[in-house]
Write a protein of this length. Structure first.
Length: 441
């Protein structure tokens, strides 16, 4: 088996694991998940080395331990009773199931890969400052951090700006009857950075027999070719670059603020009499992976669980999915309690998610008059509502539709998802988390 084949097999293993993850979310046992998550996997045989069947020799362990030709390494010899013949007795013990164990952080990575998400949570509180790459500049510093490349570029720009064709100006000084002042004024008119002192010195150094070589400046321009600074550098190279103190810059590391990624997740569930077992299961199957995902994405994740019928109260997670009440439904009571509890998690320091679920049944006018204003009032990265209706929409199940009509389907911080069966769970999770990832981008 070649390396290419091995890589292909391992790639298949990764794809299979992600398929197992999706199946697990929709149909698996979601118990646990606070420390590690055990996901049942289909066994995919990994590449293994085998003896070449043409090789009849090899080192063995004696008569009883010598493997058969072509037997995979590590495979035990058949023993009496190992076959599935008629003499064997039916087993009474259950077989061992294979699991892939992952922590919430790895679960989040795998879910990102499976659903094509790219949620990058924002940190709030600065917990550490550390040195980053040497990208910032200062005018002072140790010589070891001096940016020579920048200093050279600044000096070279100055040379290009200050240099001029000295030989051409010296020829102008040979014009009959010309004075240094005339040469200087001509140079200034040509934007040449020459000083009067330089012109006077060049004029005084013209040999006596060369005065009057040219009858006019125009004659010099017609007969003497001017050379640009760039042409001169290409011909002679650079012998001197004029550096100045102000060209010096010293590199120092950028200070990077490491921010702790805090998140508080408020899970709200309708526990009224209409929320029967199938609806409660769909809520649990949707909310539990969301909890695991956010645990994996954030350094510090805290969870608040609110149950409500016509009134709302805070509960522990272990009780959240099992509670059932015979009362009516008033969803706004849960948001009012959530607003109170979130005072302990200020928006300036915490990322905040508010996830609610139910069968969309609500008391008259409660959604429009109280729930929507509360959702707009509570600052959060994302508000989400999950409707669970296994038997189809009831006539008075309008809460989700009212939210969609008010906020629209393209809202950056409000997601509405519909879960009518287990098959809808992964799509609902994607709908919720992709809304948040679009906001962060």
């Amino acid at each position: 088996m070649g390396l290419r084949d091995d890589l292909e097999r391992f790639r298949e293993v990764g794809e299979q694991r992600r398929e197992d993850l999706a199946d697990f979310i929709q149909y698996g046992d979601l118990a646990g998940g606070q420390g590690s998550i055990q996901i049942p996997v289909k066994i995919v045989s990994l590449p293994e080395f085998e003896y070449d069947q043409r090789d009849q020799g090899g080192v063995g362990q004696g008569e009883d331990g010598t493997p058969d030709t072509g037997q995979p390494v590590g495979q035990p010899q058949p023993q009496p009773g190992d076959d599935d013949g008629e003499d064997g007795e039916p087993g009474e013990e259950g077989g061992e199931h294979e699991y892939y164990e992952m922590d919430p952080e790895e679960f989040a990575e795998e879910l990102d890969e499976e659903l094509g998400l790219d949620l990058d949570p924002k940190g709030k509180t600065v917990v550490e400052e550390k040195e980053g790459p040497f990208t910032d500049m200062t005018r002072t510093g140790p010589n070891s951090t001096l940016d020579f490349e920048r200093m050279f570029k600044e000096g070279l720009k100055r040379k290009l700006a200050m240099d001029f064709d000295e030989e051409f100006l010296k020829e102008l000084c040979k014009v009959e009857g010309i004075e240094p002042r005339e040469v200087f004024e001509w140079a200034r008119g040509e934007s040449l950075p020459v000083s009067m002192a330089w012109v006077e010195e060049a004029y005084s150094n013209v040999p006596d027999d060369e005065y009057g070589t040219w009858s006019s400046i125009e004659e010099v321009e017609e007969n003497v070719e001017r050379e640009s600074v760039q042409q001169k550098i290409r011909r002679e190279g650079i012998k001197h670059v004029p550096f100045r103190r102000e060209d010096e810059r010293y590199r120092h590391p950028e200070i990077i603020e490491e921010k702790e990624k805090n998140v508080v997740v408020v899970n709200i569930r309708d526990v009224s009499g209409s929320m029967r077992e199938k609806k409660r299961e769909l809520v649990e199957r949707t909310f539990t992976p969301l909890d695991w995902y956010l645990q994996g994405k954030y350094d510090n994740a805290e969870f608040v669980y609110i149950a409500h019928d016509a009134d709302a109260w805070e509960v522990e997670r272990d009780d959240f999915f099992g509670i059932r009440s015979g009362g009516g439904t008033k969803i706004s009571s849960a948001y009012e309690l959530a607003n109170e509890l979130l005072e302990e998690y200020p928006w300036s320091d915490w990322n905040r998610y508010v996830f609610a679920a139910g069968d969309s049944e609500n008391s008259s006018n409660d959604t429009g008059e109280r729930v929507i204003p509360m959702m707009e009032r509570i600052d959060a990265n994302l508000h989400a509502y999950v409707e669970t209706q296994p038997s189809g929409n009831a006539i008075n199940a309008t809460h989700a539709e009212e939210l969609e009509r008010h906020f629209g389907t393209d809202a950056e911080d409000v997601a509405v998802a519909y879960v009518n069966s287990k098959d809808d769970v992964t799509d609902a999770i994607y709908e919720i988390l992709s809304t948040e990832s679009e906001e962060d981008e």
